[in-house]
Design a binder for this molecule. Structure first.
Ligand code: ATR
Length: 284
């Protein structure tokens, strides 16, 4: 990346979060820009906790081509948009805003795409449409996962949450294919599922993972954890000890960035850069 020139034509995009310093997106996007020789740059933006709307309004017209949006602004990002994709609307959140030259703000959500791409890479035999899936959690990350599964044709999604009322609220928003369950009633759902996805924050930074009886799953069931720090959480370790195929959160993180890059800079990221390895270096 050293020596890359900023010119009068440099396309500017970035990531908005509070905090934003931990975001890996600048590392991924700038590595791709350098490798592809694109005259673009990708920078962090950290408005104060209530400053998202003002920032988005200020970017109208396209001085900044677009931004990725991370915690805690994903719902604000959807609300700031004039037009939203179905993925963003179903997820109730946007992680990508584009500032069009005509002044409009377009919203999309690539987290679900990233999750499904991670399955395609690390569990290529799995197919979203083949059977029920269990999602653990009922926060923003879980809703994004459920929305992506429904769009991909999953016939039934069990949403298992410690606070069952939140799972019920998600089912009310997303329709009859979503079945809410309390955490202590997960066994039956696990046995029916082709995949189990942890979309809770449990297990992050070495905290204990959820206590879920993964031995109730079928041998072909794929187990995914959205948590990527550590890369192999106790939840994924339990799955691997049972011989299950696993999908990690880092692959999702890397894959959700790809369509954003294309939206900002007009071409898909170059395949020859090992951004997963770059991200792993950051995690070490
Ligand atoms: P995000 O936007 O990242 O999804 P969130 O909206 O705060 O974050 O949701 C966090 C999710 O993790 C919730 O489903 C939460 O369960 P509750 O709704 O019962 O709070 C779940 N969660 C976090 N830590 C947990 C733990 N130790 N045990 C069980 N569930 C946990």
């Amino acid at each position: 990346m050293t020596g890359r020139r900023i010119t009068g034509r440099t396309v500017v995009a970035g990531v908005v979060g509070h905090p934003v310093a931990q975001s890996m997106s600048p590392i991924l996007h700038n590595a791709w820009l350098a490798a592809a020789g694109i005259d673009g740059v990708y920078v962090p933006f950290a408005p104060d906790a209530h400053g998202f709307r003002r920032l988005a309004e200020g970017f109208r017209g396209g001085a900044v081509r677009g931004v990725n949006v991370t915690i805690p602004f994903k719902a604000d990002a959807l609300a700031a948009a004039d037009k939203a994709s179905e993925a963003a609307r179903l997820a109730g959140a946007a992680n990508l805003l584009l500032f069009e030259p005509d002044g409009r703000i377009l919203a999309d959500n690539t987290d679900g795409f990233g999750m499904l791409r991670a399955f395609a890479v690390q569990a290529p035999k799995w197919d979203a449409a083949l059977g029920p899936v269990t999602v653990l959690g009922a926060g923003g990350a879980a809703r994004g996962a459920v929305a992506a599964l429904l769009l991909a044709g999953t016939p039934k999604v069990f949403v298992v949450n410690r606070t069952v009322e939140k799972a019920e609220a998600m089912a009310a928003a997303l329709g009859q294919k979503v079945s809410p369950l309390p955490l202590n009633h997960a066994v039956g759902a696990l046995g029916l599922s082709t995949a189990v996805i942890n979309a809770t924050s449990a297990g992050m930074g070495g905290a204990p993972s959820l206590d879920v009886p993964l031995d109730a799953t079928q041998p072909a069931c794929v187990v995914m954890d959205m948590v990527y720090k550590p890369l192999v959480t106790p939840f994924l370790q339990q799955a691997q000890d049972l011989g299950r195929t696993t999908v990690d959160g880092l692959e999702m993180l890397v894959r959700q960035a790809e369509p954003s890059f294309e939206a900002f800079y007009g071409e898909y990221p170059p395949a020859e850069v090992d951004v997963r390895e770059l991200a792993l270096e950051q995690l070490r």
